[in-house]
Design a protein around this ligand. Structure first.
Ligand SMILES: *[C@@H]1O[C@H](CO)[C@@H](O)[C@H](O)[C@H]1NC(C)=O
Ligand SMILES: *[C@@H]1O[C@H](CO)[C@@H](O)[C@H](O)[C@H]1NC(C)=O
Ligand SMILES: *[C@@H]1O[C@H](CO)[C@@H](O)[C@H](O)[C@H]1NC(C)=O
Ligand SMILES: *[C@@H]1O[C@H](CO)[C@@H](O)[C@H](O)[C@H]1NC(C)=O
Length: 148
């Protein structure tokens, strides 16, 4: 897992972003489940809102962006099938369907003010698998069968 503080420090040092992080969430979701990440505390007038994800490597990937909360989001290629960005003026949401293990990671939301990005919130998404649960079910089944 990437250390958030280190990452933000690096980005900040490189003057790529300014950070006014008011939210940090950790969200757990089951494999193949559905999750909605959210970002609040946007000022009344939000524009150029974006979601991006930090990968294992040094690169961040932009997932989606919205010019204004009233306009439909633009979802980047590769995210179109399972990702949905919406807004209700004060909050911005990122819905992910059919979550898979590669969706784990750090997600950031922010906006682009005069060409410089401001990160508003960060969410650490942890995907947990079904394998363990399946095994538990098997064990339970075996325990039941063993008793008959
Ligand atoms: C939103 O911002 C206000 C002040 O700027 C702060 O008091 C509040 O805790 C923030 N809410 C969240 C959910 O971060
Ligand atoms: C990161 O981005 C740079 C420049 O866009 C690209 O050359 C490089 O292949 C990328 N690395 C990964 C791991 O995606
Ligand atoms: C937007 O959604 C959030 C979370 O569901 C809610 O707390 C907030 O009041 C909503 N804002 C508006 C303007 O409906
Ligand atoms: C997760 O889904 C994406 C497509 O949305 C796919 O490219 C990727 O290979 C999948 N990862 C795993 C581990 O299934």
């Amino acid at each position: 897992m990437v250390n958030l503080t280190v990452v933000l420090a690096v980005l900040y040092t490189l003057s790529l972003i300014s950070v006014s992080l008011s939210e940090f969430h950790t969200v757990k979701v089951q494999l193949e489940g559905e999750v909605t990440l959210q970002c609040s505390n946007f000022s009344t007038l939000i524009s150029h809102i974006f979601w991006f994800k930090l990968n294992d490597g040094p690169n961040a990937t932009v997932i989606s962006s919205m010019l204004t909360p009233e306009v439909n989001a633009m979802i980047k290629n590769g995210f179109k099938d399972r990702f949905l960005m919406t807004s209700n003026i004060t909050h911005v949401f990122l819905n992910i369907k059919n979550v898979n293990s590669s969706d784990s990671g750090l997600y950031f939301c922010g906006n682009n003010k005069d060409g410089s990005a401001v990160i508003v919130g960060a969410t650490c998404l942890q995907v947990y698998g079904k394998i363990i649960q399946k095994n538990i079910h098997k064990l339970l089944l075996k325990a039941l069968l063993d008793n008959y």
